[in-house]
Design a protein around this ligand. Structure first.
Ligand SMILES: [Zn+2]
Length: 386
């Protein structure tokens, strides 16, 4: 590779580069202005700020505070304003629009239907409102010149006892916009094995699921998610680093579980900024994604909660480019990993990789050629008589 092609991508190139997002929470990605509007429309009076800009800052600071109570309070507010059909439709449509404007070409966005029943909606009505919102967002994105596909993942909460019911719901809507299932919530004290009936049901139905595991809690959680529950992907999975030893001379030894994860190409839904906020990593430079990428684990880059982390896919990549000097080739590697790991049929994943992602990066990579010719003065002519 020439030095020109390995220069670091600019913020603008990062934004235009096709990106794939597998781990993003619908109730963690609202526009602050939408939270304010919906609170006003639904009579919700408990927001800590009613100015959108101040509210956005409040969300980031609460998530940054290191206090679990304040962190959870942020979701209490977003869920509180997402209790009607109209609100869910709007939030889902804006989610698809925002992701598309940020260069995301494929996204799997997750939410827990059981958290949107307070105003009397049924689980089915919640799923249908969100699905219709995603379709509307895709249409608006197309009208604005962006292309995106959004699939939904239905999440069950670890501390609740509705996992099987939500798994059945995911299965019922699998050909209508829902591409898989997830469980989320506090890891400690709520092992995924509590919900074995849901996972066994989905396996019998040949359906897909990911499990939040190995974020705050370590290897036992990852091991259970894979070997007891049969997860297709790991939500975070970043603590797999605890099973990797790096010696003083730089040599690396993988434990049995880390080897299994790498050998079986188990996708890791890594969310760098979110991990800094929850304390799972101290800085971008110390984030395990650097080592995991070097060791060629199936790493993907994700946002987790765009509102609480003040982030986007482009911002995640900007941090990684700055910290690890990742090039467009690295970005493409993460993006193809994401697409390979998506819960879409194989032929559709392949088409996205070959027809959207690779041509998108090839175009960006070729830009230096034209930049260079624009910057080079025209050669003096040897002779005028040719
Ligand atoms: Zn998450």
């Amino acid at each position: 590779m020439t030095s020109e092609t390995s220069t670091l991508p600019t913020a603008e190139q990062i934004r235009r580069a096709p990106k794939v997002l597998l781990h993003d929470h619908l109730d963690g990605g609202l526009r602050p202005g939408t939270v304010v509007d919906l609170a006003r429309e639904t009579g919700y009076a408990s927001l800590p700020e009613t100015d959108p800009e101040k509210l956005g800052i409040w969300f980031r600071e609460a998530a940054d505070s290191g206090s679990l109570e304040r962190y959870l309070e942020t979701f209490a507010h977003t869920c509180a304003v997402m209790q009607t059909r109209e609100a869910l439709f709007r939030v889902a449509a804006e989610c698809a629009e925002d992701l598309a404007a940020d260069g995301v070409v494929y996204a799997e966005v997750r939410y827990a239907p059981e958290q949107h029943l307070e105003a009397g909606l049924s689980l089915e009505e919640v799923v249908e409102a969100v699905n219709e919102g995603f379709r509307e967002g895709e249409r608006r994105a197309r009208a604005a010149g962006h292309r995106i596909r959004v699939g939904a993942l239905l999440t069950a909460m670890r501390h609740a006892a509705r996992a099987l019911e939500i798994a059945e719901l995911a299965n019922r809507y699998r050909d209508q916009g829902v591409v898989g299932f997830d469980i989320a919530g506090a890891e400690a004290g709520y092992p995924p094995t509590r919900h074995l009936d849901a996972f066994e049901y989905l396996k019998r139905e040949n359906n897909h699921f990911t499990i939040h595991a190995g974020e705050a809690f370590g290897l036992p959680s990852i091991w259970q998610a894979l070997q007891w529950c049969g997860a297709d992907r790991l939500g975070h999975g970043v603590r797999i680093i605890d099973d990797i030893e790096v010696a003083d001379d730089g040599s690396v030894t993988l434990g049995r579980l880390a080897s299994y994860v790498r050998d079986k190409r188990i996708p890791l839904e890594l969310c760098p900024t979110s991990n800094l906020q929850t304390g799972a990593a101290a800085s971008y430079a110390e984030h395990p994604i650097g080592l995991l990428r070097r060791l060629q684990f199936r790493c993907t880059v994700n946002t987790d909660n765009r509102l609480m982390s003040g982030t986007s896919m482009s911002r995640e990549f900007e941090h990684l480019v700055k910290t690890f000097r990742y090039t467009l080739d690295d970005m493409q590697w993460f993006t193809v990993n994401g697409m390979k790991s998506a819960f879409l049929p194989f032929d559709e994943r392949l088409a996205m990789i070959n027809d959207v992602i690779k041509p998108g990066y090839a175009e960006l990579r070729s830009e230096w050629l034209f930049r260079q010719s624009a910057a080079t003065p025209a050669p003096s002519r040897e002779s005028d008589d040719q």
